[in-house]
Design a protein around this ligand. Structure first.
Ligand SMILES: C[S@@+](CC[C@H](N)C(=O)[O-])C[C@H]1O[C@@H](n2cnc3c(N)ncnc32)[C@H](O)[C@@H]1O
Length: 275
């Protein structure tokens, strides 16, 4: 709300009366990511220039021009004010993430979930992050535990940042990066824990996560964007997939955040043992 009030005061007489201004924005490194409704698009440069003076961290302002799409979850933004170079370093809980946030999705709303999973990892574990992106989960886990982490990413651009981030954080002795589709390149009968940080049709990847776990079992953290009214049905489906792979399962659900109307971002914590 402070931002809305700031814009209203700063741009007084330059915007139509009563127009609904944004209440906030996301900051990734030095880049502010702003969502404007259609009536504000023509004022995006004006709002961008004002935003540069709102927060000393901000050197570039980008406005969303389309929905995040495709398997690699590419966001669509254009820079409307400040520095056109949007490659930046974002620091979260002591981990440095280099990335370009107008080309690669980095959700600050998942910060708590990343720290939470790192806290669950036990000494000596082998962890596989199947949807690693620039290392959001993988590096947070490697930085705060002694786990050996394998990070898989399909998008070559995100993979390059992942490689750099492993170096920047001095984790090359404990994080191995793999470029490719996790369904094809996952290790087999290897991990104690698998992270599935991908929200769309995630259950289709669950059989591969189960193959990645050691034969006697382990834990899978499966994220999903899911309609609230089908949560119970999903638990039954997950249990069946585990059974077909020869595992008994114990499943807990935690809500991470609201995703869209009627849809939550949740994580299924799936503990499995050989049946
Ligand atoms: C939205 S990001 C999430 C990053 C991180 N896991 C998190 O939750 O904060 C999802 C990532 O999964 C990658 N991805 C999608 N399909 C994949 C696949 N089949 N194998 C490996 N990576 C994949 C995308 O390219 C993208 O970088």
């Amino acid at each position: 709300m402070r931002y809305r009030y700031f814009l209203r005061t700063k741009l007084k007489n330059q915007l139509p009366d009563g127009i609904m201004l944004p209440s906030g924005f996301h900051v990734v490194g030095h880049v502010a990511l702003v969502h404007l409704n259609s009536s504000l698009q023509e004022y995006s440069s004006l709002i961008g220039e004002a935003t540069l003076t709102f927060d000393a961290r901000i050197k570039s302002v980008a406005v969303r021009i389309g929905p995040t799409s495709g398997e690699i979850r590419r966001p669509f933004y254009e820079v409307v004010a400040g520095d056109c170079n949007t490659v930046t370093t974002h620091i979260e809980n002591g981990v440095h993430f280099k990335l370009d946030p107008i080309r690669i999705t980095f959700s600050g709303g998942n910060k708590r979930a990343r720290i939470d999973i790192a806290n669950r990892v036990e000494a000596g574990e082998k962890v596989v992050d199947m949807f690693s992106c620039v290392g959001q989960f993988a590096l947070q886990i490697a930085k705060s535990t002694d786990a050996l982490v394998t990070a898989i990413e399909i998008n070559p651009e995100a993979y390059q940042f992942l490689l750099e981030n492993i170096q920047i954080n001095d984790l090359d002795n404990r994080v191995t990066a793999i470029l490719g589709d996790c369904r094809d390149v996952h290790p087999v009968n290897y991990a104690n824990r698998v992270i599935m940080g991908y929200l769309h049709n995630t259950e289709l990847y669950l059989p591969y996560a189960l193959d990645t776990l050691m034969q006697d079992g382990g834990v899978i953290h499966m994220h999903m964007a899911i309609q609230k009214n089908i949560l119970k049905k999903s638990i039954t489906e997950i249990r069946e997939i585990c059974n077909r792979k020869g595992f008994d399962s114990q499943i807990q659900i935690r809500k991470i955040k609201n995703y869209s109307p009627g849809v939550d971002h949740v994580v299924f914590d799936i503990g499995v043992v050989q049946a």
